[in-house]
Design a protein around this ligand. Sequence first.
Ligand code: SF4
Length: 313
Amino acid sequence: MKKTTSKNTDGEKTSGGESVTAKRAVAGKPAAVPEKAAAAVKGAGAVKGVAAEPAKAESRTALVRRARRIDRELAGVYPYAHPELDFDNPFQLLVATVLSAQTTDLRVNQTTPALFAAYPTPEDLAAADPEAVEEILRPTGFFRAKTKSVMGLSKALAEEYGGEVPGRLEDLVKLPGVGRKTAFVVLGNAFGRPGITVDTHFQRLVRRWKWTEQTDPDKIEAEIAGLFPKSDWTDLSHHVVWHGRRICHARKPACGACPIAPLCPAFGEGETDPEKARKLLKYEKGGFPGQRLKPPQSYLDAGGKPAPPLGAG
Ligand code: SF4
């Protein structure tokens, strides 16, 4: 794990890639709320760094600075952020990403070991009995449509790309059932080519942060891409999605326990009481298992726990 020392949004020193605020969020510790955000609850926004209405006054330069600062802070909170689908090669990641529509990464990770054990290559999956594949994919929901998609894309890989996943956006999006979001997941995480992944968490958070007013995923992607250097795009996507899954939830964001509260124009949209907010946190620092059955070592080293296999929890 990369060791870093820097100042976080509270001006506190961070070390080992983990912010002091994040360390406070470890289970059992009181109030993981930054002091400025805590003051904002009482002082109704009279806090330097908590702009009451940043969208009106914020210049482009200020927006870029604030966006990058949020990303830096999130990198300190989640130094081990990674794609939450288990995969050993680009083919597995491509299939897992297609299967992740309308379900959790956890459920996909619990389902794919049986799929890839039975059909390890695109050729194998393309030649499979669809009913046998449907049975394996049943736990992911929409299993008939998903069987059609993964068998269709396996056939295309086998016939048009020699059984290899192509490493170019323009080729990936031509595969059946593969859109830009899936393509960027594969490019960013299996090929190391920068990409922004606009999923439901990403869309929600970037609008809460007033990084964009767009609602169309392609337009969101284009606007956010303009705020960050290309080399940051893949990690940025992980940071935002991780924050959305763990703290900035759709229904009950845990604002009172959020390490980026001082930079967030939507602070107060969720629970601001630090104790109540802390109970809303859903992540490894509260002892919850992750989504992956085989997480990266950096995650395990930070105390993260692997997810249980299918049927075990
Ligand atoms: S809405 Fe609340 S939880 Fe989400 S980023 Fe802002 S302060 Fe944090």
